[in-house]
Design a protein around this ligand. Structure first.
Ligand code: ADP
Ligand code: ADP
Length: 228
């Protein structure tokens, strides 16, 4: 589904962020990406939707180099959930979720049904919440809307970069459960970055462990060799 072939990234200031990594994310799996701060997780994620270009090597989606895709099509087909809650504050929840579907020219009626469905999936009351502004929701609820926005236009791939980092432990635990049940339901390919090993093990079909720009292990949680 997503393939990294000998991908190296050296930033213009000489920082070596990725050192010839090879990775294959399978269709429909939830892969967690774990490693200490600075090991290259975000660089890896941003390469998948071409926010960052490799210095060497190539990234393929469905066996096609991502350079060959139309950039808009590529990005519409990849939902990205960011670390910081990044909803537009002046727009309602409904408007925030509708951004990509509207660019894709979805019919209003289909979109409205879709929003109901999505909000229901993560336990948000559509009638009560869809017309609200982000500031009228709790942090946990806003982060859920961020997830829904990424899912709204039915992308093939969902990237989540530490989506829970701003949350309290209880909201965090709830959102972990929500994402796992979402993943069961929609069976999309998800790459999920975290620096919390328990979260990586609990959520990943497979876990990719990174260190200093390299991949040290990629395996099912039960097969990983973990240092005490
Ligand atoms: P992680 O997400 O695992 O914390 P990153 O991918 O953000 O790691 O960063 C990997 C390395 O690249 C770090 O050393 C970081 O400081 C460096 N880095 C990230 N972005 C840039 C940039 N735009 N310019 C220079 N160095 C960068
Ligand atoms: P969570 O369990 O996700 O942290 P909270 O306890 O913060 O939720 O919020 C509980 C309820 O209060 C939610 O239904 C939310 O919509 C509502 N709420 C939270 N903050 C605001 C606000 N600033 N304005 C209006 N309603 C709010």
């Amino acid at each position: 589904m997503i393939t990294f072939k000998d991908v190296t990234k050296t930033y213009p200031d000489g920082t070596s962020a990725l050192k010839s990594i090879n990775l294959n994310v399978k269709d429909g799996e939830l892969l967690t990406l774990i490693g200490p701060s600075g090991c290259g997780k975000t660089t890896t994620m941003k390469m998948i939707n071409r926010l960052i270009e490799p210095t060497e090597g190539e990234v393929l989606i469905h066996n096609k180099n991502i350079q060959e895709y139309n950039i808009h099509e590529l990005r519409w087909n990849i939902g990205y959930v960011l670390q910081e809650i990044a909803l537009f504050p002046h727009m309602t929840i409904e408007e925030n979720i509708s951004i990509v579907p509207e660019m894709k020219k979805w019919k209003k009626k289909d979109l409205s049904v879709r929003i109901d469905e999505l909000m229901d999936m993560v336990g948000l009351d559509s009638v009560k919440h869809r017309k609200r502004k982000p500031s009228e929701l709790s942090g946990g609820q806003q982060q859920r809307v961020g997830v829904l926005r990424a899912l709204a236009a039915d992308p093939d791939i969902i990237l989540m970069d530490e989506p829970f980092s701003a949350l309290d432990p209880i909201s965090r635990e709830q959102l972990q459960k929500d994402i796992l049940s979402l993943h069961k339901e929609i069976k999309k390919t998800i790459v999920f970055v975290t620096h919390d090993i328990d979260e990586a093990l609990a959520m990943g079909d497979r876990v990719c462990i990174m260190r200093e720009g390299t991949i040290v292990q990629v395996d099912k949680p039960q097969n990983l060799i973990l240092n005490p």
